[in-house]
Design a protein around this ligand. Structure first.
Ligand code: ZN
Ligand code: ZN
Ligand code: FE
Length: 323
């Protein structure tokens, strides 16, 4: 079989699709040794957290030449994919189970990777994300997250940046700073706040328990956050994820989170760094799926109100803060 790893352009939606057949050979819930545990060939001993090269990357620094097509556009799958092994402890359930200073250490490793990525000529964007829950197809349960360094700006972020720039040109302000003020004034969707950070369920939430975490001060890149900013983000992340985990009695909520920031080396006055968390559980046994309207039409449906779910989250987050 031919080894294919390339970008394919969707001329209708105007966006890239990452195509690779390397991942066909990815291990699925291996019953044998965990590749992320201390002492494995990849990890070795004596570490608190590690960033490893993904063994089955969608993007790499030496990608094969893309196939040539007479009609369709392709490009090099040039980039890098990393796995962030967040702790040596295999059976820890979630990032929120780690102490704040440990999470801060993980964030510092990620920031160092972002600094390194900024020096690569192919690198346009640095996307850090975390998938949690076997229900949503997480193949390795050892606590980890991932980084994609991409040669293009991911389409959702590009769209956010475009709209943020238009608002800035019209009103002269960062729309995210405006959203933060609005949320603080109304308070009904705020679920966490301290001197540096705020977390709220957006007015326009798509997922049942969606939360966005923002620094109160205008910052657009991860690399602009200092140690105390990162400690603040750790506390906010830990607290919100702990709250999410306790929404349902039976089992922790599956989620995806992603860091949205400016493109590498482009601190924008109109784009404001934030973490988007998509809590996907509707109730104890039901997951929200992107289905007909969402996948087919592109618009989400929300079976409650963000204000109501914010109330639930504010309660469980409050209990986490008491611990
Ligand atoms: Zn493990
Ligand atoms: Zn801002
Ligand atoms: Fe965003």
């Amino acid at each position: 079989m031919k080894n294919i790893s390339e970008l394919r352009w969707d001329p209708l939606l105007g966006e890239w699709v990452l195509v690779s057949n390397l991942r066909t050979f990815r291990p699925w819930l291996p019953s044998t040794a965990c590749p992320f545990c201390p002492g494995s060939p990849e990890t070795g001993q004596g570490w608190k957290a590690l960033i490893l090269k993904n063994k089955f990357p969608m993007l790499s620094e030496e990608p094969p030449s893309p196939s040539r097509h007479v009609f369709y556009k392709t490009d090099l799958a040039e980039g890098a994919c990393f796995v962030v092994v967040e702790t040596p402890e295999h059976s820890l359930d979630d990032l929120s189970d780690l102490p704040i200073n440990h999470i801060t250490y993980v964030l510092e490793l990620i920031k160092d990777k972002a600094i390194e990525a900024s020096t690569r000529s192919y690198a346009k964007y640095f996307l850090w994300f975390r998938n949690k829950g076997v229900e949503i197809g997480v193949s390795l349960t050892h606590p980890h997250s991932q980084i994609y360094v991409t040669p293009f700006i991911p389409v959702k972020i590009e769209r956010e940046i475009d709209n943020s720039r238009r608002y800035y040109e019209r009103v002269g302000k960062c729309i995210h700073c405006e959203i933060i003020s609005q949320e603080l004034m109304e308070w009904v969707r705020v679920i966490y706040k301290d001197e540096g950070w705020v977390a709220f369920t957006p007015f326009y939430a798509r997922w049942p328990f969606e939360v966005h975490i923002y620094p109160l001060r205008h910052v657009s890149l991860l690399t602009e956050l200092n140690r105390s900013d990162l400690a603040g983000l750790s506390k906010a992340l830990k607290t919100v994820l702990c709250g999410l985990k306790n929404v349902f009695k039976k089992k922790p909520m599956p989620y995806v989170f992603v860091l949205h920031q400016s493109p590498l080396n482009e601190a924008l006055p109109y784009y404001h760094l934030h973490v988007e968390i998509y809590g996907m559980g509707m109730d104890e046994d039901k997951l929200k799926h992107a289905a007909g309207m969402e996948l087919g039409g592109g618009n989400f449906t929300y079976d409650s109100t963000p204000e109501l779910n914010a109330l639930t989250l504010r309660k469980t987050v409050g209990e986490c803060l008491k611990e």
